[in-house]
Design a protein around this ligand. Structure first.
Ligand code: ADP
Length: 606
């Protein structure tokens, strides 16, 4: 039976090879062995349980907390000819009853169910009658109170399984790999000596950058303009910022929408659909957006603010490029972000299900995670290596696909400028932040300057002819190199460190990196098919089919499948089947329409 998996992979999903880890997981589940799979976002977890689900004799239940993911996956499976359904609170009572009665009659091979539903009497009764071969627990880290997304309803899973006449095989899937979470998953779900599969965390098609713009709004516009027509997500740390950024993009004519927990359910749903169905190109959102959004053609994820930890960053950024095509992950970093992140940690409500001590330990952990995040933003080494090593992978020192590896700098001596800045901080009494220091050096007249009589200082206006942007960059640089430091939360003030005093006394020199070219993206592929007339024509066919079937365009075919069509120019069924992402069902349903366009294109003597 195990040999048949390739046939299912190809005929149903249209792929010829398994990705790292997939085959091992499929094999284990097919031989009825429990699995704990840890794979990063976009690695292809779903296939690992969907293939066994189609091959095992009974039904597979997929437990997932994510309503939109269930809908997308069921849509995608149905488009591939698989009988699947979902049961969650988005269904009306009548729809729910219908799905349940179909389920009782054995109409589905795969059923997605929300954890809250598991222990309702009617669901248990129906489930007990069914031959359930496999239970796949998606986002399994939700069982753990140590994870970021603890969901008490996940604790129902074991109780539910115990009510079944025979225990199915259990596969637990997550992208979170910390040891506590792993232990919790195994213990709470009572996995039976599971096969543990952890795949590498690297996502080679993603370009990572950290930038420190002097004006975030301007830089954002520039980045988005460079990517006009592409699908992107912009994450902000607060609802207010989401509102501002979305408005400013819309005012400038960009096709943007927004998502945060302060919007009514209905608007959230509508905005999300607008984005998923390509009616809007840009989603501006808080971290409330994204869990379970399986939109594979996101070409960039920009973080307007630094997230609280690297785990969240990697997960959010990882929503780019799930189709395997090149995509950009850009983090905009500013001093203010550190304060906001600290504020969030300090104002997190204690979890009532934990003891005071546990809550305190959790808060400490969050602080540690934040300092890792800050170091990522400040590191001058390879960004990819930094992340991979943090997640326990090995990595080369340089990846040639991140802003630190690809940006060119030259070192310049800035000792004199540094002395001016340090001296200004000392003479104004080490009680001001970067903005005030910059104002004094620049010789500005602000209320603060007047109130504190800062214009009487000897350092007032001594950098009059230097652009504020440059002064700020120098201040950042001095901070990064440890000559000055920020003290206090809220409105942190600058103090000169011992190393800074040495510079002031003329005993040390300061070098700064002057950026020559900053890269935030791989130069777009030289593959000319990517922009071709044919690609656009195929996109149109895809959109028409998607509208007709009421599903998002990427459910019909991913961008990468369309690119492969442009490369292979298939005109027979056999050739069409050779396209990556085309299985028998998709050939049958859509082949003719795509082939017609390709034929027309070839006829035009291309
Ligand atoms: P995850 O749940 O791990 O975030 P998904 O299951 O959503 O990832 O898969 C991400 C994308 O990768 C999907 O578009 C999926 O179709 C594609 N994919 C999965 N497995 C393969 C494979 N073996 N070959 C090519 N593409 C694959």
């Amino acid at each position: 039976m195990i040999g048949e998996k390739f046939q299912v992979l190809e005929s149903v999903f249209g792929y010829r090879t398994f990705r790292e880890g997939q085959e091992e997981i499929v094999d284990a589940l097919l031989s009825k062995k429990d699995v704990l799979a840890i794979m990063p976002t976009g690695a292809g977890k779903s296939l690992c349980y969907q293939i066994p689900a189609l091959m095992l004799s009974g039904v597979t239940l997929v437990i997932s907390p994510l309503i939109s993911l269930m809908k997308d996956q069921v849509n995608a499976l149905t488009a591939q000819g698989v009988k699947a359904a979902y049961l969650n609170r988005s269904l009306t009572d009548a729809q729910f009853d219908k799905a349940l009665s179909n389920m009782a009659q054995g109409s589905y091979k795969i059923i997605y169910v929300a954890p809250e539903r598991l222990n309702t009497g009617i669901f248990v009764r129906v489930a007990r009658q069914l031959p359930i071969s496999l239970i796949a627990v998606d986002e399994a880290h939700c069982v753990s109170q140590w994870g970021q997304d603890f969901r008490p309803s996940y604790l129902n899973i074991t109780e539910f399984i115990e009510k079944l006449p025979t225990r199915p095989t259990i596969g637990a899937f997550t992208a979170t790999a910390t040891p506590e979470v792993k232990q919790d998953i195994k213990r709470i779900l009572r996995l039976n000596s599971p096969a543990e599969v952890t795949t590498g965390f690297d996502r080679p098609n993603l370009f990572f950058s950290v930038i420190r713009p002097s004006s975030k709004p301007q830089e954002l516009l520039r980045l988005v303009r460079e990517r006009t027509g592409e699908t992107g997500i912009i994450y902000c740390s607060t609802r207010k910022r989401v509102e501002e950024v979305c408005k400013s993009l819309c005012d400038k004519g960009f096709s943007a929408t927004r998502y945060h927990a302060g919007l009514e359910d209905e608007e959230r749903r509508k905005n999300q659909d607008d984005f998923v169905y390509d009616r809007k190109r840009i989603m501006v959102a808080t971290n409330a957006f994204g869990m379970g959004i399986d939109k594979s053609d996101v070409r960039y994820v920009i973080h307007y603010n630094m997230p609280q930890d690297l785990e969240s960053y990697y997960q959010e950024a990882g929503r780019a490029g799930r189709d395997g095509e090149d995509a950009d992950c850009i983090l905009m970093f500013g001093q203010q972000d550190i304060d906001t992140a600290r504020w969030f940690i300090e104002n997190t409500e204690p979890n009532p299900e934990l003891t005071d001590e546990q809550n305190e330990a959790f808060r400490k952990k969050q602080e540690e995670r934040l300092s890792v995040m800050i170091s990522y933003c400040k590191t001058q080494g390879c960004l990819r290596a930094y992340m991979l090593r943090y997640f326990g992978d090995t990595a080369k020192d340089s990846c040639d696909k991140c802003s630190n590896c690809c940006t060119r700098y030259q070192m310049v001596d800035v000792t004199v400028e540094a002395q001016k800045i340090l001296s200004c901080i000392i003479r104004t009494g080490q009680r001001f932040g970067a903005q005030a220091i910059c104002d004094v050096l620049k010789g500005k007249v602000t209320s603060q300057v007047i109130n504190f009589k800062l214009d009487r200082q000897s350092t007032y206006a001594i950098m009059e002819d230097v652009k504020p942007k440059k002064i700020k960059a120098l201040i950042d640089n001095l901070e990064e190199q440890g000559y000055i430091e920020y003290v206090g939360v809220g409105r942190p003030i600058l103090k000169v460190t011992d190393a800074g005093w040495l510079v002031l006394k003329g005993k040390a020199q300061v070098q700064a990196r002057e950026t020559l070219i900053v890269k935030t993206s791989m130069k777009k592929s030289t593959d000319t098919t990517l922009d071709s007339e044919l690609f656009k024509a195929l996109q149109v066919v895809r959109l028409m089919i998607a509208i007709k079937r009421g599903v998002p365009a990427f459910v019909i075919f991913s961008d990468s499948a369309l690119h492969d069509m442009c490369r292979k120019l298939p005109v027979t069924d056999e050739e069409f089947l050779a396209v990556n992402g085309v299985g028998e069902t998709k050939l049958r349903l859509y082949g003719e329409q795509f082939i017609a366009v390709i034929k027309e294109y070839r006829l035009k003597d291309h």
